[in-house]
Design a protein around this ligand. Structure first.
Ligand code: FAD
Ligand code: DLZ
Ligand code: SF4
Length: 511
């Protein structure tokens, strides 16, 4: 039996299921195609990352003697779609079967399900074993539950994988140290600079290709320095363990101007490509705690993100697709303001988050959630447009992880599937967690004046618009009651300020 084994651009793991049982005579297919480079206008750094990592992975397979049919973007005859390249490969290689690993996006899965009929060759789609909760296990766990909450899923996962456990009890006597992870960054603390990986010859060739073909996409390709091999990704993670993990807990939610990474790990891009293994990351963090090199609040916080949130959102995605992609529980309809693509806004927090996203194809979680996501929520931006933006601009973005975070966690468009309440916040939160407001054109302590912080009036307008929905939500009833207690004149001023801001957005003006 001669097999054509298909490896997608985010399946670059030695132990990917599509390669299990690889036999002499089999061919591995990897294809750079315009379809995948343009289904959203990906940040050039994301395209460089994926294509360069694909080329390095191919070279590593070839060095082991594996036959790889590698199609470059500029190769003559490139069909420029995954299905088209599978068909060309079937015609050229005449395999008896196709073997692939289930993809990370619903749209690719639908395409893959048609490969057998299209090519006339039996196609086996294998489970993606790189995740710690299979889609079937997640569906079983979800069965019969009226609401799915990450916290309970996470506890189950800790027990199943014996991570940070003391027998059947959580290490340190608590499952969750989140309350200790909300400190603002003091002026006296300078976060260590993360290790960077200068482009090698392969990457430089891809950079030239991307400059030729995708220069018009949002974001800068300049200074590309992300890891593109498993070895470099491991070195980047080792740097995090040594220099940043101990501060990860305390300053997990902090934001600071000019400091994109702070104490974050930066593992999402290589992890989602398959260059790192999630369980190995969690075990290494636990070992750092047990060796006395990092405090428990940091290690538990890190493990919760990977073992908890990452696996949970993937489970939610596959449980609810394709309906999830159409959810718009709050009826949001506004178009995405131009400044999401240019960074040109007087709101300093937004300019910081968007500007660094343009430069690095990265922003940490709180910037994604509480700055750009929070603004999109409060301003009622349409989830389709917001989803497209997040999927395009971050180097780590694939729909399985991007969509539940954006549509669910940030926009509450799923009506509460991912989180029990929207993460809506006024300028006071941003001021508490960052140093942005001090240098801003707007005044964070003002809510309705001409220079008042837009987040303030938009926050109260959001609460007012959705008060009927949220008055029965135990975690939202308090702001609804507070809004209702405001004097009518104050309510009127806040809503007038919000209406003015929203009108400016609708007219294509900047804020
Ligand atoms: P760290 O803060 O160091 O966290 C460690 C790891 O935990 C991350 O690398 C990631 O793998 C995992 N993790 C943390 N939070 C989450 C989460 N909420 N969901 C899933 N995994 C998580 N993450 C992506 O990988 N791809 C996306 O496209 C993506 N889109 C997002 C969109 C929005 C609106 C929001 C609010 C969050 C999004 N996230 C996404 C989650 C999170 O913001 C990123 O994983 C994180 O910022 C990556 O940086 P880091 O590796 O330094 O993470
Ligand atoms: C993101 C991406 C890009 C930019 N290019 C390619 C490509 O040329 N070939 C490929 O196989 N994969 C690419 N990818 C990753 C795919 O989009 C990803 O595998 C699917 O979205 C499923 O998660
Ligand atoms: Fe952002 Fe408002 Fe602070 Fe300006 S004042 S940085 S707009 S929160």
């Amino acid at each position: 039996m001669k097999a054509l084994r298909v490896i997608l651009g985010d399946q670059l793991s030695r132990r990917i299921s599509a390669l299990a049982g690889l036999a002499p005579g089999d061919t591995v297919l990897m294809a750079e195609v315009m379809g995948e480079c343009t289904y959203v206008p990906h940040h050039p750094k994301k395209i460089i990352l994926v294509l360069s990592a694909m080329r390095h992975f191919c070279a590593a397979l070839q060095a082991r003697g594996v036959a790889v049919r590698y199609v470059r973007l500029d190769d003559p005859g490139n069909a420029q779609s995954l299905g088209g390249e599978v068909l060309r490969a079937v015609r050229a290689e005449k395999p008896d079967c196709i073997i692939a690993t289930a993809p990370g996006e619903y749209r690719v899965r639908q395409d893959m399900l048609g490969w057998a009929e299209m090519s006339g060759v039996v196609t086996e789609i294998r489970e993606d074993g790189r995740f710690l909760a299979s889609t079937a296990w997640f569906a079983d766990w979800a069965e019969g539950k009226s609401a799915l909450r990450m916290e309970f899923f996470y506890r189950e996962m800790r027990k199943r994988h014996s991570l940070l456990m003391n027998g059947d009890k959580p290490l340190g006597g608590k499952w969750n140290f989140d309350a200790e992870n909300r400190r603002k960054l003091p002026k006296t603390v300078t976060p260590p600079k993360p290790k960077r990986f200068p482009a090698d010859e392969v990457t430089r060739e891809v950079m030239a290709l991307v400059a030729r073909r995708f220069a018009h996409h949002y974001g800068s390709a300049e200074g590309f320095d992300l890891p593109v091999t498993a070895r470099d990704a491991a070195a980047g993670f080792a740097d995090f363990l040594q220099n940043r993990l101990s501060g990860f807990g305390d300053w997990q939610d902090a934001m600071a101007a000019g400091e994109p990474a702070l104490f974050h790990s930066l593992v999402s891009a290589p992890l989602n490509l398959g260059l790192l293994d999630p369980l190995e990351l969690c075990r290494a963090a636990e070992a750092a705690y047990r060796a006395g090199n990092a405090p428990l609040n940091a290690v538990e916080g890190f493990v919760r993100q990977i073992l908890g949130w990452r696996e949970f959102v993937r489970g939610i995605y596959w449980l609810h697709m394709p309906d999830y992609a159409r959810k718009n529980a709050l009826g949001a309809s506004r178009t995405l303001p131009e400044f999401y693509w240019t960074g040109e806004t007087d709101m300093r927090c937004m300019a910081e988050a968007i500007g660094q996203t343009m430069r690095h194809a990265y922003a940490h979680h709180i910037q994604r959630l509480m700055i750009t996501g929070n603004f999109a929520l409060l301003a009622g931006l349409h989830p389709d447009a917001v989803d497209e933006w997040y999927l395009a601009v971050y180097a780590d973005a694939y729909e399985w992880v991007e969509m539940p975070n954006t549509r669910g966690m940030a926009l509450h468009a799923d009506g509460g599937i991912v989180g029990s309440k929207p993460y809506a916040a006024s300028g006071a939160y941003i001021n508490r967690m960052s140093d942005f407001c001090a240098g801003c054109h707007y005044d964070v302590s003002d809510s309705a004046g001409e220079r008042s912080c837009p987040f303030n009036a938009l926050y109260w307008d959001f609460i007012a618009r959705h008060s009927a929905r949220f008055e029965t939500n135990p975690r939202m009833a308090m702001p609804v009651r507070a809004w209702r207690r405001f004097a009518p004149a104050k309510q009127k001023a806040l809503r007038a300020r919000a209406a003015g801001l929203l009108q400016r957005l609708d007219e294509g003006g900047k804020l």
